[in-house]
Write a protein that binds this ligand. Structure first.
Ligand code: ZN
Length: 443
């Protein structure tokens, strides 16, 4: 495979760069496997890939996951006592991200837009447990097997909180945690999907909680993407760089990537292992960029996560646990697929009036129950929007001024009770010289 070839070719030549250690899911996974070698591989190629697509096709609807949050806090440290509202906002952000209705999807570069997935999961917050503890900071030193005490925050006997049945609930523990070394902040980690039930779930540093809505009112608050990232792990995804230099994340539509990202990289960014691709997909939730720019899962990541719930899948218990009202595969999405359109293609075409006007073919992501679309365009400096109607998820505008900057919005109307949705505004430029050639005059 090309990725392995490139990795082998360049491994020797390059310097090792230390990844930011703010998600310890991979090392946690190694320790779980050390203690429980019978568990086997936690990641890798999907089993039974030949029938997987058929099975997935039957699971068209939203997968609903009941969630219990354990807020474990020290009452002498008021910062740790988060409000229920903050936790609900965070879970709502999780649902927004897993439904691809996040308002910052426009940060996805044009080249990756067709890979954006609506993963159709709904995380149903059932209970917030408030648990006082005398522990000021839990040492989750799971990188050092000798010194660690495995997951103290997950057990009442170690002054944490006992989880509910992991076959029926996603347990999320929120508290003050460190990685046992004090070198880097530890934002969170997730258990592998086949870990023993008592360890199964996600641990999140209370400082990593947030949502885009909360961050809008207080820039010091994160945008809640650490939890989105950790839930991705919980659903079987590994880091986009494959946890080693130019590693393989076993996902076909994410480009190979040399290392984890940090901060806010500038697109396009290429490395020795992404030289033949569009560059790194550092805006993917499974990278470690800043919350500001983590905005998408891909279609194959979505398939891998949903494959956990097919018959024989590692989280199929959620479908057979007797809580049929709580955990169901529903035919109609919770959100009725009523996501906002995301513009995926803009192609220059000649205009109708040679020499004066130019055109643009524009398409966007379709919605399942969409009845019609209204496309609004205007020159960037104009206040006047021009509407165009269409029943398809594409339109040809052939009366645009050449060399002009335009703004476009797509409104989607549905044939059920769903309210209309609106894409985020998109800016594009028209070509300067796409007019049909003027025939030479003959004397
Ligand atoms: Zn991670």
């Amino acid at each position: 495979m090309l990725r392995f070839f490139l990795a082998a070719l360049f491994c020797v030549a390059s310097q090792f760069v230390q990844a930011q250690l703010n998600c310890s899911s991979e090392s946690y996974c190694q320790i779980i496997l050390k203690d429980y070698p019978g568990l086997g591989e936690t990641t890798g190629k999907l089993p039974d890939e030949a029938t997987l697509q058929t099975k997935l096709a039957y699971m068209n609807g939203t997968i609903r996951i009941p969630v219990v949050v354990h807020l474990v806090y020290n009452p002498t440290l008021p910062d740790q006592k988060l409000s229920d509202e903050m936790i609900r906002e965070q879970i709502e952000q999780l649902n927004i991200d897993f439904s691809a209705v996040n308002s910052d999807l426009d940060k996805v570069p044009y080249e990756f837009r067709s890979r954006i997935a609506n993963c159709k999961f709904y995380f149903d917050l059932k209970e917030i447990k408030h648990v006082e503890t005398s522990v000021k900071e839990f040492n989750c030193g799971n990188r050092n097997a000798e010194k660690r005490k495995m997951d103290p925050i997950k057990f009442s006997k170690t002054k944490g909180s006992d989880g509910l049945a992991s076959t029926q609930y996603l347990n999320i523990w929120i508290g003050s945690i460190n990685d046992g070394r004090g070198r880097e902040p530890l934002l969170g980690y997730a258990s592998p999907s086949n870990s023993p039930g008592i360890y199964d779930g996600i641990v999140l540093n209370y400082t990593a909680l947030g949502s885009t809505a909360l961050a809008a009112t207080n820039p010091k608050i994160k945008k809640g993407r650490t939890l989105t990232h950790e839930v991705g792990h919980w659903l079987g995804l590994i880091h986009i760089w494959g946890d080693k230099k130019c590693g393989d994340d076993h996902i076909g539509d994410t480009p190979p990537q040399e290392f984890s990202s940090q901060g806010i990289p500038i697109y396009p960014r290429k490395s020795i292992c992404s030289i033949d691709s569009c560059g790194d997909m550092f805006m993917n939730f499974m990278d470690l960029s800043a919350d500001d720019i983590l905005v998408m899962f891909t279609c194959e990541q979505m398939e891998r996560m949903r494959s956990m719930f097919v018959e024989g899948g590692k989280r199929a218990s959620f479908l057979h646990n007797g809580f049929i009202n709580d955990i169901t595969l529903v035919d109609q999405s919770i959100r009725n697929d009523a996501h906002a359109a995301v513009i995926t293609n803009l192609i220059d075409i000649p205009g109708k009036s040679p020499g004066k006007k130019t055109g643009k073919y524009i398409s966007w992501t379709p919605s399942k129950n969409a009845k019609s679309y209204i496309v609004l365009t205007r020159p960037i400096e104009s206040k006047l929007w021009k509407p165009n109607n269409t029943n398809n998820n594409a339109i040809t505008l052939d009366n645009l001024m050449p060399g002009e900057t335009y703004e476009i919005i797509v409104r989607t109307f549905f044939d059920n009770d769903s309210p209309s949705t609106q894409s985020t505004p998109y800016i594009f430029e028209t070509a300067k010289l796409l007019d049909r050639p003027v025939p030479k005059s003959s004397k």
